[in-house]
Design a protein around this ligand. Structure first.
Ligand code: S3P
Length: 420
């Protein structure tokens, strides 16, 4: 896919539904005692992996992803291994769910997912009594889970992770006693919000959350647009010299909007307003061409922009001064090694960028000339370098661009829509 420079960015757009909330709706609503109705679920590679697995395990659905009725789970064992595809959220949250369900299940994934750490969920779930086996030093897929009765536990996570926290909460709502999860920083809280709106016994404190065994009420709601998808267009509008965009119906959960806050601190012309709060805040973002200056970015804010951090390398090319990210080693454990892929690809496009084990540093302003890059099958890398092409002088060719379908089918169509 060849992306050519564009002279103007304009439009009022919406982005696809939130991926994290869709995964949770597909896994948690079947646990309710009645029928839930969920509008506007994300239909993408990752969420299809979750949908197919829940169905294979006896989940019952009517309708399609624009309006899905989710019926109470008639749970059955699956004799075939369950394919999590590229999706870490599917593998980790399901590990928690299946640990409390009788039966033997095998989870596997694609080449990228098979390299990602699973020990971070296997160890605490084993502490609750789950029996889980993994190859490769207990650290990655495939894994086998022999589910059964669990006991509640106190967990103190070394790294803030919504996937690990959610796995433990989903195990905790069916365990005996109290399950408490504490995190060093606050990761996204979609699982907590969904469980609370379904009547679960859940108490959220400053840096921790407690659950006990709960019966769940059905839920009726609409999934907002994905702020992580909107983030690409927000960053593009800020760094392009002739841009104005409005993004409507997008999720604005405080634990997801770190990038908006960082851009505001850098001096961006950006405003957001919430017009709907329950169970998830959503609203609109207005953003236009901006003069950005360098700021100190504290790692405290990283969990609220974990998937947006690589965008700071692109934003850094337009900032007057230094943009440096340290303490973000988690980026090496995502769908690709996002520090290495970001740095290598920007260098191919003529940008000077320094790589650290736990981040990168870039001094702007710098020109992006152009060239050929590879997404390494990582959806967010493909989208990042498409934006680089739009603000480059010679254009960017992206290898394995189709990975965008993991979270943002229609990404290139929206690019066409906003480029004049
Ligand atoms: C996700 C949590 C994040 C994020 C991922 C989706 C989720 O990972 O990177 O894309 O849906 O819970 P961690 O919080 O586990 O790092």
């Amino acid at each position: 896919m060849n992306i050519v420079p564009t002279s103007e960015i304009r439009g009022i757009i919406s982005v696809p539904p939130d991926k994290s909330i869709t995964h949770r709706a597909l896994m948690i609503c079947p646990l309710a005692h009645g029928k839930s109705t969920v509008h506007n679920l994300l239909d993408s590679g990752d969420t299809t992996s979750t949908y197919k697995i829940v169905k294979a395990l006896g989940g019952r659905f009517n309708g399609d992803f624009s309006r899905l009725e989710i019926l109470p789970w008639e749970f059955g064992e699956s004799s075939i291994p369950l394919d999590c595809g590229n999706s870490g959220t599917t593998a980790r949250l399901l590990s928690g769910l299946l640990s409390g369900e009788k039966g033997l299940h095998i989870l596997y994934g694609d080449e990228s997912l098979s390299k990602r750490p699973m020990k971070r969920v296997i160890d605490p779930l084993s502490k609750m009594g789950a029996r889980i086996w993994a190859g490769k030093q207990n650290s990655s897929l495939p894994i086998a889970i022999n589910g059964g009765v669990l006991k509640g536990c106190e967990h103190s996570l070394e790294i803030a992770s919504a996937q690990v926290k959610s796995a433990l909460l989903l195990a905790g709502i069916r365990a005996e006693g109290v399950t408490r999860v504490a995190e060093p920083q606050r990761s996204r809280d979609h699982t907590e919000r969904m469980l609370a709106s379904m009547g679960a016994k859940i108490v959220c404190e400053e840096d921790s959350v407690c659950v006990t065994r709960s019966d769940l009420e059905p839920l009726n709601f609409e999934v907002p647009g994905d702020i992580s998808s909107a983030a690409f267009f927000v960053a593009l509008a800020c760094i392009h010299p002739n841009a104005r965009l409005q993004i409507e119906g997008v999720g604005l959960n405080d634990r997801r909007i770190g990038l908006l806050k960082v851009l505001q601190m850098m001096g961006a012309s950006i405003h957001w307003s919430i017009d709907n709060s329950e169970p998830e805040p959503s609203g609109k973002i207005e953003v236009s061409s901006s003069e950005l200056h360098g700021i100190d970015i504290s790692p405290e804010i990283f969990p609220s922009m974990i998937d947006e951090l690589p965008l700071l390398a692109l934003i850094g090319t337009a900032v007057d001064g230094v943009t440096e990210i340290r303490g973000a080693g988690e980026l090496r454990k995502k769908e690709s090694d996002r520090i290495s892929v970001t740095v290598r690809n920007f260098r191919k496009l003529g940008v000077e960028i320094e790589e650290f084990e736990d981040g990168f540093s870039i001094t702007g302003p710098q020109k992006i000339t152009g060239g050929v890059v590879d997404s390494h099958g990582d959806h967010r890398m493909a989208m990042l370098f498409a934006l680089a092409g739009l603000v480059s002088s010679e254009g960017v060719e992206i290898r394995s661009h189709e990975s965008v379908n993991i979270s943002y089918p229609g990404f290139f169509e929206t690019i066409e829509e906003v480029c004049r």
